[in-house]
Design a protein around this ligand. Structure first.
Ligand code: DI6
Ligand code: FE
Length: 411
């Protein structure tokens, strides 16, 4: 029976060590001295080398000679579509200005909005492609991309169309998130409720109708939108069949995570100021905690997310780049693996789960990607390492030797 099955196999990896990352397993869900078969772009079989059935002549055999296989990596929180850059604000911060002060004085997100509005769709695409390409070259096969630098109907749609084009340009799955409620555009100065009307009554319906987003996000913070305004956006999202998530408790604790839990959110992201009741709410609602060490590092934060409390309450933790021009101009998932361990004291196993199975869960695609298991899409990264912790330990020499998307070699 096994050999019948193996007749449909297209590719078989042999002599592999596999970090399956199955169900946030301990020790990487490691399967050593193993083989893995692909059929129709999906994982068809995996097991010990000694159990590998006899192969038909037509099967492509890839001998990886003891290298490690992991699921293709997933960056579940990015803002890689934007115009311009903010090196000037970086210099201001080095001279003592804070991220919040810069935002309050008309810089910050709003300055990127100006540059993004001025840029054409082609220009935005050309600027974003190298960012996506950098992540892809480090093993990323799925990514989330947010809008949020347009802040009017046309420019928000423009950003999401660029995200869609990116998914066609490289072999990377792109989950698109509408983040219209990211900052208050200058046209709505002193009328933030009026802007939320626009988000709920015009933007979300159009985004949903044109199928330009999978989820809706809100930046709930003193310098952005209130908990009440966030709830209005969540209601509109739900009415249009979109999932929700939130940028929460990054600079202060407003309780946005508890609200998000009531709306069955996929994730709550940042979380440096998350309270115990927030952790409990996440646990109860099975939300993923998306931790963003790049923003923590780049803003020189000192307050750590409550990692031990998240662990104690079995909240799944994902790690993402938050790649954006203001708080994390860092397009490297490998650096995030390193920072998750050095800055947040995650174990390498937790960090790797954070960019595989738990990141998939944060995007609601954990039935398709993020683990190496039979039936999952064959998104597979091959690494020239002798133990998985090396992926977190070193930085600057890329150990990726091959990358497969849906079973096809893409690097
Ligand atoms: N939090 C972040 O870290 C990014 N957006 C957000 O709500 C930063 C966006 C920026 O500064 O451009
Ligand atoms: Fe963000």
């Amino acid at each position: 029976m096994q050999s019948m099955l193996s007749q449909s196999w297209q590719t078989v990896f042999i002599n592999a060590n596999i970090a399956t990352m199955t169900q946030a397993a301990t020790s990487y869900g490691a399967l050593e001295n193993a083989a893995l078969a692909v059929a129709d772009g999906k994982i068809a079989w995996l097991g010990h080398m000694s159990q590998l059935p006899e192969l038909t002549a037509s099967v492509e055999v890839i001998d990886v000679d003891g290298q490690w296989l992991t699921p293709g990596l997933i960056d579940c929180h990015t803002h890689i579509v934007f115009g311009g850059h903010r090196a000037n604000e970086f210099e201001m911060r080095l001279q003592g200005a804070s991220y919040e002060q810069i935002a309050q004085s008309g810089g910050g997100i709003v300055s990127t909005v100006e540059a993004t509005r001025k840029a054409s769709e082609d220009q935005l695409f050309d600027a974003a492609l190298p960012r996506l390409s950098a992540l892809h070259s480090e093993g990323v096969t799925s990514i989330e991309i947010k809008s949020g630098y347009g802040l009017d109907v046309d420019n928000e749609l423009k950003m999401l169309k660029v995200a869609k084009r990116l998914s066609e340009a490289l072999p990377v799955r792109v989950q698109k998130t509408f983040l219209g409620a990211h900052a208050l555009p200058k046209e709505y100065k002193n009328d933030s409720d009026g802007y939320i009307d626009l988000v709920c009554d015009e933007m979300i319906p159009q985004v949903a109708e044109q199928q330009l987003a999978d989820a809706v996000d809100v930046f709930c913070e003193g310098i952005a939108f209130s908990v009440q305004q966030t709830e209005r956006v969540f209601q509109a999202a739900k009415q249009h069949g979109l999932s929700v998530k939130v940028h929460a408790e990054q600079l202060s604790d407003l309780g946005a995570t508890e609200l998000a839990a009531r709306y069955d959110a996929l994730s709550s992201d940042h979380l440096e100021y998350l309270s115990e009741s927030g952790v409990k709410a996440m646990s109860k609602a099975s939300m993923v905690a998306v931790l963003l060490p790049g923003a923590f590092y780049f803003l020189r934060e000192t307050k750590l997310p409550p990692i031990q409390m998240l662990r104690d309450n079995n909240v799944r933790m994902a790690i993402a780049s938050d790649a954006n021009p203001g708080s994390s101009p860092i397009n490297s998932i490998q650096l995030m693996l390193n920072m998750a361990c050095t800055l947040f004291r995650l174990t390498p196993n937790e960090a790797l789960a954070g960019v595989t199975c738990n990141a998939a869960r944060a995007l609601g695609i954990d039935d398709k990607v993020g683990e190496i298991a039979v039936g999952m899409e064959a998104d597979i990264a091959v690494w020239d390492i002798s133990q998985p912790a090396q992926l977190c330990y070193q930085f600057g020499v890329n150990p990726l030797t091959a990358l497969f998307k849906h079973g096809h070699k893409v690097r």
